[in-house]
Design a protein around this ligand. Structure first.
Ligand SMILES: Cc1ncc(COP(=O)(O)O)c(C=O)c1O
Length: 394
Protein backbone atom coordinates (compact mmCIF):
# COMPACT_ATOMS: atom_id res chain seq x y z
CA UNK A 1 0.00 0.00 0.00
CA UNK A 2 1.44 3.35 -1.04
CA UNK A 3 0.10 5.34 1.91
CA UNK A 4 1.57 5.02 5.40
CA UNK A 5 -0.54 3.31 8.05
CA UNK A 6 -0.09 6.36 10.24
CA UNK A 7 -1.48 8.78 7.69
CA UNK A 8 -4.25 6.36 6.74
CA UNK A 9 -5.30 6.17 10.41
CA UNK A 10 -5.06 9.92 10.80
CA UNK A 11 -7.22 10.43 7.73
CA UNK A 12 -9.80 7.98 9.03
CA UNK A 13 -9.96 9.80 12.36
CA UNK A 14 -9.90 13.21 10.82
CA UNK A 15 -11.97 16.00 9.87
CA UNK A 16 -15.61 16.07 10.60
CA UNK A 17 -15.37 19.52 9.08
CA UNK A 18 -14.25 18.07 5.77
CA UNK A 19 -16.96 15.42 5.94
CA UNK A 20 -19.65 18.05 6.47
CA UNK A 21 -18.19 20.05 3.60
CA UNK A 22 -18.56 17.07 1.29
CA UNK A 23 -22.08 16.33 2.54
CA UNK A 24 -22.87 19.98 1.81
CA UNK A 25 -21.81 19.61 -1.83
CA UNK A 26 -24.12 16.61 -2.22
CA UNK A 27 -27.06 18.34 -0.52
CA UNK A 28 -26.63 21.45 -2.68
CA UNK A 29 -26.77 19.28 -5.82
CA UNK A 30 -30.04 17.71 -4.68
CA UNK A 31 -31.84 20.68 -3.07
CA UNK A 32 -30.21 23.70 -4.73
CA UNK A 33 -27.57 25.91 -3.09
CA UNK A 34 -30.13 28.41 -1.83
CA UNK A 35 -31.84 25.75 0.29
CA UNK A 36 -28.78 24.43 2.14
CA UNK A 37 -27.58 26.32 5.24
CA UNK A 38 -23.96 25.46 5.77
CA UNK A 39 -22.55 26.63 9.11
CA UNK A 40 -19.82 24.00 9.18
CA UNK A 41 -16.80 25.90 7.87
CA UNK A 42 -14.55 28.50 9.46
CA UNK A 43 -13.58 30.11 6.18
CA UNK A 44 -13.36 33.87 6.82
CA UNK A 45 -16.13 35.60 4.92
CA UNK A 46 -14.92 39.20 4.92
CA UNK A 47 -12.65 40.60 2.25
CA UNK A 48 -9.32 42.08 3.40
CA UNK A 49 -9.51 45.73 4.51
CA UNK A 50 -8.74 48.49 1.95
CA UNK A 51 -5.27 48.95 3.52
CA UNK A 52 -4.31 45.53 2.16
CA UNK A 53 -5.27 46.36 -1.43
CA UNK A 54 -3.38 49.65 -1.16
CA UNK A 55 -0.28 47.85 0.16
CA UNK A 56 -0.36 45.23 -2.60
CA UNK A 57 -0.90 47.83 -5.33
CA UNK A 58 2.03 49.86 -4.05
CA UNK A 59 4.30 46.80 -3.81
CA UNK A 60 3.51 45.65 -7.34
CA UNK A 61 4.16 49.15 -8.72
CA UNK A 62 7.43 49.48 -6.81
CA UNK A 63 9.22 46.30 -7.93
CA UNK A 64 12.05 46.81 -5.44
CA UNK A 65 15.07 44.63 -6.34
CA UNK A 66 15.89 41.53 -4.25
CA UNK A 67 12.40 41.12 -2.89
CA UNK A 68 11.62 37.78 -4.53
CA UNK A 69 14.76 35.95 -3.46
CA UNK A 70 15.62 33.74 -0.50
CA UNK A 71 15.96 35.69 2.71
CA UNK A 72 16.67 34.94 6.35
CA UNK A 73 14.43 32.02 7.29
CA UNK A 74 12.69 34.15 9.92
CA UNK A 75 11.65 36.69 7.29
CA UNK A 76 12.61 40.20 6.17
CA UNK A 77 14.16 42.11 9.12
CA UNK A 78 12.10 45.24 8.41
CA UNK A 79 8.86 43.22 8.30
CA UNK A 80 9.69 41.56 11.64
CA UNK A 81 10.48 45.00 13.07
CA UNK A 82 7.03 46.32 12.03
CA UNK A 83 5.29 43.31 13.53
CA UNK A 84 7.34 43.62 16.72
CA UNK A 85 6.60 47.32 17.08
CA UNK A 86 2.82 46.85 17.04
CA UNK A 87 2.87 43.68 19.15
CA UNK A 88 5.06 45.40 21.75
CA UNK A 89 2.62 48.29 21.86
CA UNK A 90 -0.40 45.98 22.21
CA UNK A 91 1.10 43.51 24.68
CA UNK A 92 3.32 45.82 26.71
CA UNK A 93 6.16 43.29 26.33
CA UNK A 94 9.47 44.60 24.93
CA UNK A 95 9.31 42.47 21.77
CA UNK A 96 11.85 43.24 19.06
CA UNK A 97 12.38 41.95 15.53
CA UNK A 98 14.74 39.32 16.97
CA UNK A 99 11.84 37.57 18.70
CA UNK A 100 9.60 37.45 15.61
CA UNK A 101 9.60 34.77 12.89
CA UNK A 102 7.24 35.19 9.95
CA UNK A 103 5.43 31.91 9.23
CA UNK A 104 3.17 30.11 6.80
CA UNK A 105 0.00 30.87 8.77
CA UNK A 106 -0.69 29.84 12.35
CA UNK A 107 -0.59 26.19 11.28
CA UNK A 108 2.98 26.63 10.02
CA UNK A 109 3.84 28.47 13.22
CA UNK A 110 2.56 25.70 15.50
CA UNK A 111 4.29 22.95 13.51
CA UNK A 112 7.56 24.92 13.60
CA UNK A 113 7.31 25.37 17.37
CA UNK A 114 6.44 21.72 18.07
CA UNK A 115 9.21 20.48 15.76
CA UNK A 116 11.66 22.60 17.73
CA UNK A 117 10.76 21.47 21.24
CA UNK A 118 9.56 17.85 21.02
CA UNK A 119 11.53 14.65 21.21
CA UNK A 120 9.74 11.46 20.23
CA UNK A 121 7.09 10.62 22.82
CA UNK A 122 7.14 14.03 24.54
CA UNK A 123 3.72 15.22 25.58
CA UNK A 124 1.66 18.26 24.63
CA UNK A 125 -1.45 19.13 26.62
CA UNK A 126 -4.50 20.24 24.65
CA UNK A 127 -7.54 21.76 26.31
CA UNK A 128 -10.83 20.34 25.06
CA UNK A 129 -12.72 21.51 23.15
CA UNK A 130 -9.79 22.18 20.82
CA UNK A 131 -9.01 22.84 17.14
CA UNK A 132 -8.82 19.25 15.90
CA UNK A 133 -5.75 19.75 13.72
CA UNK A 134 -3.57 20.12 16.86
CA UNK A 135 -3.68 16.36 17.32
CA UNK A 136 -2.13 15.82 13.88
CA UNK A 137 0.44 18.59 14.31
CA UNK A 138 1.62 16.97 17.55
CA UNK A 139 1.77 13.51 15.93
CA UNK A 140 3.61 14.83 12.88
CA UNK A 141 6.21 16.37 15.16
CA UNK A 142 6.63 13.01 17.00
CA UNK A 143 4.78 14.02 20.16
CA UNK A 144 1.79 12.62 22.00
CA UNK A 145 -1.25 14.69 23.03
CA UNK A 146 -2.86 14.52 26.43
CA UNK A 147 -6.13 16.28 27.04
CA UNK A 148 -7.38 18.56 29.81
CA UNK A 149 -10.90 19.94 30.03
CA UNK A 150 -12.85 23.12 30.64
CA UNK A 151 -15.44 24.26 33.16
CA UNK A 152 -19.07 25.04 32.28
CA UNK A 153 -18.04 28.46 30.90
CA UNK A 154 -15.44 26.84 28.62
CA UNK A 155 -12.54 28.18 30.65
CA UNK A 156 -9.63 25.80 31.24
CA UNK A 157 -10.20 23.61 34.28
CA UNK A 158 -7.02 23.97 36.29
CA UNK A 159 -7.34 20.69 38.21
CA UNK A 160 -7.72 18.74 34.96
CA UNK A 161 -4.81 20.68 33.43
CA UNK A 162 -2.60 19.68 36.35
CA UNK A 163 -3.74 16.08 36.03
CA UNK A 164 -2.87 16.07 32.30
CA UNK A 165 0.70 17.28 32.93
CA UNK A 166 3.38 14.69 33.62
CA UNK A 167 7.16 14.40 33.61
CA UNK A 168 7.24 14.26 29.79
CA UNK A 169 5.09 17.33 29.20
CA UNK A 170 6.89 19.85 27.03
CA UNK A 171 4.07 22.22 26.13
CA UNK A 172 0.49 23.27 26.72
CA UNK A 173 -1.45 24.78 23.82
CA UNK A 174 -4.14 27.34 24.59
CA UNK A 175 -6.36 29.09 22.05
CA UNK A 176 -8.22 32.31 22.82
CA UNK A 177 -10.58 33.46 21.37
CA UNK A 178 -11.34 29.81 21.10
CA UNK A 179 -12.29 27.65 18.16
CA UNK A 180 -14.92 26.16 18.66
CA UNK A 181 -16.40 27.94 21.71
CA UNK A 182 -15.73 31.60 20.85
CA UNK A 183 -14.76 32.14 24.50
CA UNK A 184 -12.02 34.67 25.31
CA UNK A 185 -9.88 33.66 28.30
CA UNK A 186 -9.74 36.41 30.93
CA UNK A 187 -6.48 37.44 32.57
CA UNK A 188 -7.38 35.36 35.65
CA UNK A 189 -7.42 32.18 33.51
CA UNK A 190 -4.06 32.95 31.94
CA UNK A 191 -2.64 33.62 35.40
CA UNK A 192 -4.10 30.37 36.78
CA UNK A 193 -2.77 28.33 33.85
CA UNK A 194 0.66 29.87 34.28
CA UNK A 195 0.67 29.19 38.02
CA UNK A 196 -0.24 25.55 37.32
CA UNK A 197 2.65 25.29 34.84
CA UNK A 198 5.01 26.76 37.42
CA UNK A 199 3.89 24.19 40.01
CA UNK A 200 4.32 21.35 37.51
CA UNK A 201 7.77 22.60 36.48
CA UNK A 202 8.84 22.59 40.12
CA UNK A 203 7.24 19.24 40.82
CA UNK A 204 8.83 17.39 37.90
CA UNK A 205 11.96 19.50 37.45
CA UNK A 206 11.04 20.24 33.81
CA UNK A 207 10.45 23.23 31.54
CA UNK A 208 7.05 23.61 29.93
CA UNK A 209 6.27 25.97 27.08
CA UNK A 210 2.96 27.77 27.04
CA UNK A 211 1.97 28.08 23.36
CA UNK A 212 -0.82 30.55 22.72
CA UNK A 213 -2.55 30.09 19.37
CA UNK A 214 -4.13 33.47 18.61
CA UNK A 215 -5.43 33.71 15.03
CA UNK A 216 -8.70 35.25 16.36
CA UNK A 217 -7.02 37.72 18.73
CA UNK A 218 -8.39 40.78 16.94
CA UNK A 219 -11.87 39.31 16.53
CA UNK A 220 -13.15 40.20 20.00
CA UNK A 221 -16.52 41.85 20.66
CA UNK A 222 -15.88 43.37 24.10
CA UNK A 223 -13.64 46.22 25.21
CA UNK A 224 -11.71 44.12 27.73
CA UNK A 225 -8.01 44.30 26.88
CA UNK A 226 -6.61 41.01 25.54
CA UNK A 227 -4.50 39.31 28.23
CA UNK A 228 -1.18 38.42 26.63
CA UNK A 229 0.74 35.45 28.04
CA UNK A 230 4.18 37.07 28.14
CA UNK A 231 3.92 38.63 31.59
CA UNK A 232 2.62 35.37 33.09
CA UNK A 233 4.98 32.60 31.95
CA UNK A 234 8.59 33.10 30.86
CA UNK A 235 8.69 30.15 28.48
CA UNK A 236 5.82 31.33 26.35
CA UNK A 237 5.33 31.60 22.62
CA UNK A 238 2.58 33.22 20.55
CA UNK A 239 1.54 31.60 17.27
CA UNK A 240 -0.79 33.61 15.10
CA UNK A 241 -1.76 34.57 11.57
CA UNK A 242 -3.58 37.12 9.47
CA UNK A 243 -5.98 34.49 8.15
CA UNK A 244 -8.92 35.91 10.09
CA UNK A 245 -8.09 39.48 11.18
CA UNK A 246 -7.06 40.54 7.66
CA UNK A 247 -9.10 37.90 5.80
CA UNK A 248 -5.97 36.36 4.24
CA UNK A 249 -6.42 32.65 5.00
CA UNK A 250 -5.42 31.61 1.49
CA UNK A 251 -2.27 33.73 1.49
CA UNK A 252 -0.69 31.76 4.36
CA UNK A 253 0.91 34.51 6.38
CA UNK A 254 1.41 34.57 10.14
CA UNK A 255 4.10 34.82 12.76
CA UNK A 256 5.68 33.41 15.91
CA UNK A 257 6.56 35.73 18.79
CA UNK A 258 8.88 34.41 21.49
CA UNK A 259 8.74 35.86 24.99
CA UNK A 260 11.69 38.29 25.29
CA UNK A 261 11.97 37.23 28.95
CA UNK A 262 12.50 33.53 28.14
CA UNK A 263 15.92 32.60 29.57
CA UNK A 264 16.28 29.93 26.86
CA UNK A 265 15.33 32.35 24.08
CA UNK A 266 18.58 32.24 22.09
CA UNK A 267 18.52 28.44 21.71
CA UNK A 268 14.80 28.44 21.02
CA UNK A 269 15.14 31.04 18.26
CA UNK A 270 17.96 29.06 16.63
CA UNK A 271 15.82 25.93 16.74
CA UNK A 272 12.77 27.73 15.35
CA UNK A 273 14.79 29.10 12.44
CA UNK A 274 16.14 25.64 11.71
CA UNK A 275 12.73 23.96 11.92
CA UNK A 276 11.02 26.60 9.79
CA UNK A 277 13.61 25.94 7.10
CA UNK A 278 13.79 22.16 7.30
CA UNK A 279 10.07 21.51 7.60
CA UNK A 280 10.14 22.79 4.06
CA UNK A 281 8.56 26.19 4.61
CA UNK A 282 12.00 27.87 4.14
CA UNK A 283 10.36 31.23 4.77
CA UNK A 284 6.90 32.79 4.78
CA UNK A 285 5.66 34.11 1.39
CA UNK A 286 7.76 37.17 0.57
CA UNK A 287 5.10 39.36 -1.02
CA UNK A 288 2.66 38.71 1.82
CA UNK A 289 5.27 39.56 4.43
CA UNK A 290 5.78 42.94 2.83
CA UNK A 291 2.04 43.45 2.36
CA UNK A 292 1.15 42.93 6.03
CA UNK A 293 4.18 44.77 7.45
CA UNK A 294 2.67 48.24 7.28
CA UNK A 295 -0.92 47.29 8.13
CA UNK A 296 -0.51 45.61 11.51
CA UNK A 297 -3.15 47.89 13.04
CA UNK A 298 -5.78 47.20 10.33
CA UNK A 299 -8.52 44.56 10.61
CA UNK A 300 -11.58 43.45 8.72
CA UNK A 301 -14.80 45.15 9.87
CA UNK A 302 -15.36 43.31 13.14
CA UNK A 303 -18.81 44.87 13.59
CA UNK A 304 -20.08 42.67 10.76
CA UNK A 305 -19.04 39.52 12.65
CA UNK A 306 -20.48 40.94 15.88
CA UNK A 307 -23.88 41.42 14.22
CA UNK A 308 -23.79 37.87 12.85
CA UNK A 309 -22.89 36.60 16.35
CA UNK A 310 -25.91 38.44 17.78
CA UNK A 311 -28.17 37.07 15.04
CA UNK A 312 -27.17 33.41 15.47
CA UNK A 313 -26.64 33.38 19.24
CA UNK A 314 -29.89 35.31 19.78
CA UNK A 315 -31.89 32.94 17.56
CA UNK A 316 -30.63 29.65 18.99
CA UNK A 317 -30.89 30.70 22.63
CA UNK A 318 -34.43 31.94 21.96
CA UNK A 319 -35.28 28.49 20.64
CA UNK A 320 -33.92 27.03 23.89
CA UNK A 321 -30.41 25.82 23.06
CA UNK A 322 -27.98 26.16 25.96
CA UNK A 323 -24.92 28.06 24.81
CA UNK A 324 -22.14 30.11 26.41
CA UNK A 325 -22.19 33.54 24.75
CA UNK A 326 -19.09 33.84 22.57
CA UNK A 327 -17.06 37.05 22.92
CA UNK A 328 -14.77 36.40 19.98
CA UNK A 329 -13.91 34.39 16.84
CA UNK A 330 -16.91 33.42 14.70
CA UNK A 331 -18.37 30.28 16.25
CA UNK A 332 -21.05 29.22 18.71
CA UNK A 333 -20.78 25.88 20.54
CA UNK A 334 -24.24 24.99 21.88
CA UNK A 335 -25.19 21.90 23.84
CA UNK A 336 -26.84 19.23 21.75
CA UNK A 337 -30.39 18.64 23.07
CA UNK A 338 -29.63 14.90 22.99
CA UNK A 339 -26.39 13.42 24.36
CA UNK A 340 -25.34 11.96 21.00
CA UNK A 341 -24.01 14.98 19.12
CA UNK A 342 -23.44 13.08 15.87
CA UNK A 343 -27.07 11.87 15.88
CA UNK A 344 -28.28 15.43 16.48
CA UNK A 345 -26.06 16.80 13.73
CA UNK A 346 -27.63 14.17 11.42
CA UNK A 347 -31.08 15.47 12.44
CA UNK A 348 -30.02 19.03 11.61
CA UNK A 349 -28.73 17.77 8.30
CA UNK A 350 -32.20 16.43 7.49
CA UNK A 351 -33.32 20.05 7.94
CA UNK A 352 -30.53 21.04 5.51
CA UNK A 353 -28.53 22.74 8.28
CA UNK A 354 -24.87 21.75 8.43
CA UNK A 355 -22.81 22.05 11.61
CA UNK A 356 -19.90 20.06 13.10
CA UNK A 357 -20.41 17.63 16.01
CA UNK A 358 -18.51 18.27 19.25
CA UNK A 359 -16.60 15.02 18.85
CA UNK A 360 -14.72 16.82 16.05
CA UNK A 361 -13.26 19.06 18.79
CA UNK A 362 -12.70 16.37 21.43
CA UNK A 363 -15.94 17.18 23.29
CA UNK A 364 -19.08 15.09 22.92
CA UNK A 365 -22.59 16.41 23.48
CA UNK A 366 -22.13 19.75 21.71
CA UNK A 367 -21.89 21.07 18.18
CA UNK A 368 -20.16 23.97 16.46
CA UNK A 369 -21.93 26.41 14.16
CA UNK A 370 -19.90 29.06 12.31
CA UNK A 371 -21.35 32.47 11.67
CA UNK A 372 -18.73 33.60 9.15
CA UNK A 373 -21.41 33.17 6.48
CA UNK A 374 -23.89 35.44 4.71
CA UNK A 375 -26.85 36.53 6.82
CA UNK A 376 -29.29 34.60 4.61
CA UNK A 377 -27.51 31.37 5.62
CA UNK A 378 -27.96 32.12 9.33
CA UNK A 379 -31.53 33.29 8.82
CA UNK A 380 -32.35 30.25 6.68
CA UNK A 381 -30.93 27.87 9.28
CA UNK A 382 -33.11 29.11 12.14
CA UNK A 383 -36.20 27.16 11.11
CA UNK A 384 -34.15 23.92 10.89
CA UNK A 385 -32.57 24.60 14.30
CA UNK A 386 -36.05 25.02 15.75
CA UNK A 387 -37.53 21.89 14.16
CA UNK A 388 -34.60 19.68 15.19
CA UNK A 389 -34.74 21.09 18.75
CA UNK A 390 -38.49 20.51 19.06
CA UNK A 391 -38.17 16.99 17.70
CA UNK A 392 -35.31 16.17 20.11
CA UNK A 393 -37.36 17.36 23.06
CA UNK A 394 -40.63 15.62 22.07
C1 LIG B 1 -7.63 27.72 16.38
C2 LIG B 1 -6.95 27.71 15.08
N1 LIG B 1 -5.63 27.61 15.02
C3 LIG B 1 -4.96 27.61 13.86
C4 LIG B 1 -5.63 27.70 12.67
C5 LIG B 1 -4.86 27.68 11.40
O1 LIG B 1 -4.74 28.99 10.98
P1 LIG B 1 -3.96 29.37 9.61
O2 LIG B 1 -4.92 29.18 8.50
O3 LIG B 1 -3.57 30.77 9.81
O4 LIG B 1 -2.80 28.47 9.50
C6 LIG B 1 -7.02 27.79 12.66
C7 LIG B 1 -7.77 27.85 11.39
O5 LIG B 1 -8.95 27.80 11.31
C8 LIG B 1 -7.71 27.81 13.90
O6 LIG B 1 -9.04 27.89 13.96
Amino acid sequence: MAISRKVRDQMNNSSWIRRMFEEGIELRKIHGPENVFDLSLGNPLLEPPPEFRAAITRLVAEETPNTHRYMQNAGFPEVRASVAEVLAEESGAPITADEILMTVGAAGAINTILRSILDRGDEVVLIAPFFAEYVFYVEHQTGVSTVAGCDENWLPDIASLEAAIGPRTRAVIINSPNNPTGVVYPKSSIAAISAALQRAENKYGIEIYLISDEPYRKLIYTDTPYPFIFEHHQRSIVATSHSKDLGLAGERIGYIAVNPADPGKADLLDALNFSLRTLGFVNAPALMQRAVAGIQRATVDIDIYRKKRDLLYGAITKIGYQCVEPDGAFYVFPKSPIPDDTAFVAELQKQLVLVVPGIGFGTRGYFRASYCVDDWVIEGAIDGFEKAFTQANS
